[in-house]
Design a protein around this ligand. Structure first.
Ligand code: UDP
Length: 319
């Protein structure tokens, strides 16, 4: 099969690319490297089943691809919410809004033309600061449309609307993955998400910085599990027009993550609190994955400790 992965040089995209190559597919990655990194795909550049297009989804002329596409994953988007990061969606606000809206529209039209299958990488952020817990797919969310996270959250929400329009009215074979917090090798140090910051701070014996009081929760999925879920959601027969949460339902407070990482790295770091919690930072987040279990026979397999050890090793090697 011919597979197009937008954002295929990014954290999640690079793992998905390798999975499809392993399955024997031909994979085309388009990535403008605004948040992705060539390091993630360097080892693939000589693979005859791999093609890298260093370009932007919004400006690239897809007519230049002179073969038929079977699967299209739209993963390209900044995703870090950290204001201190130059690759966060705050610093790349217009790019984030456009790639998830106009970019999604362009790719859905491409999917229709090629009679391919489409997967939109949405996010748990569409639930905002959730008023129900854990979050199930029918929940509409609690998002501030003009708040600091809106450039990402609302663009992803509109990306979902476009995708559902195309499956309803244009009969396109599409589906939506709502991806919850994911971690693992190939995350960028400068993206400054919680896991990256805590591991790097712990490895350097620097203070581990908790924003707010650390009682907010997240549920972390190791990237290999997530990729397995994305693949099944794309490939399985009964997934057309479905929206599915993908994540690990094991929930911990941010303080607990800091303590676990400190222990696993044998770090001398002290844990410090930087009040207040950033505006609109969700107080809790945990996926209800009963739909994914039923529809895809999927659930995460990698334990938190196992996943963290692999991620710590990755950062040890690149620090
Ligand atoms: N966080 C933190 N210290 C950091 C980075 C993040 O306490 O150095 C907190 C952040 O405020 C949030 C949680 O950890 O409550 C998860 O943040 P992350 O950036 O990973 O992404 P989010 O889940 O908020 O999209």
């Amino acid at each position: 099969m011919n597979v197009l992965i937008t954002g295929g040089a990014g954290f999640i995209g690079s793992h998905l690319t390798k999975l499809h190559l392993k399955k024997g597919d031909y994979v085309i990655v388009i990535d403008n490297l605004s948040t992705g990194s060539k390091n993630n795909i360097n080892e693939l550049l000589n693979n005859k089943n791999f093609k890298f297009i260093h370009n932007d989804v919004l400006t690239f002329d897809f007519k230049l691809l002179n073969f038929n596409l079977n699967l299209i994953y739209h993963l390209a988007s900044p995703a870090s919410p950290n204001h201190h990061s130059l690759i966060s969606y705050h610093h790349l606000a217009k790019e984030t809004m456009l790639v998830n809206t106009l970019g999604t529209l362009k790719l859905l039209e491409l999917t229709k033309k090629h009679q391919a299958k489409f997967l939109f990488a949405s996010t748990s952020e569409i639930y905002g600061n959730p008023l129900i817990h854990p979050q199930k797919e029918p929940y509409f969310g609690n998002v501030n449309p003009i708040g600091p996270r809106a450039v990402y959250d609302e663009a992803k929400r509109f990306g979902e609307t476009l995708t559902s329009y195309f499956w309803n009215k244009e009969k396109v074979d599409a589906r939506i993955a709502r991806i919850f917090n994911t971690y693992g090798p190939n995350m960028r140090i400068d993206d400054k998400r919680m896991i990256v910051n805590f591991i790097c701070q712990a490895l350097k014996d620097e203070p581990i910085t908790i924003y707010g009081n650390g009682k907010q929760t997240r549920s972390l999925c190791f990237v290999d599990d997530l990729i397995d879920g994305l693949f099944k959601l794309m490939i399985n027969k009964n997934t057309k027009s479905e929206v599915v949460n993908l994540g690990n339902p094991e929930e911990h407070t941010i303080l607990e993550y800091a303590q676990i990482i400190k222990k696993l790295t044998n770090s001398k770091s002290e844990i410090i609190f930087k009040e207040p919690l950033p505006a609109d930072d969700p107080e809790k987040r945990c996926p209800d994955i009963s739909k994914a279990k039923k529809l895809l026979s999927w659930q995460p397999k990698v334990s938190l400790i196992e996943g963290l050890k692999k991620t710590i090793n990755y950062f040890k090697n690149i620090l």
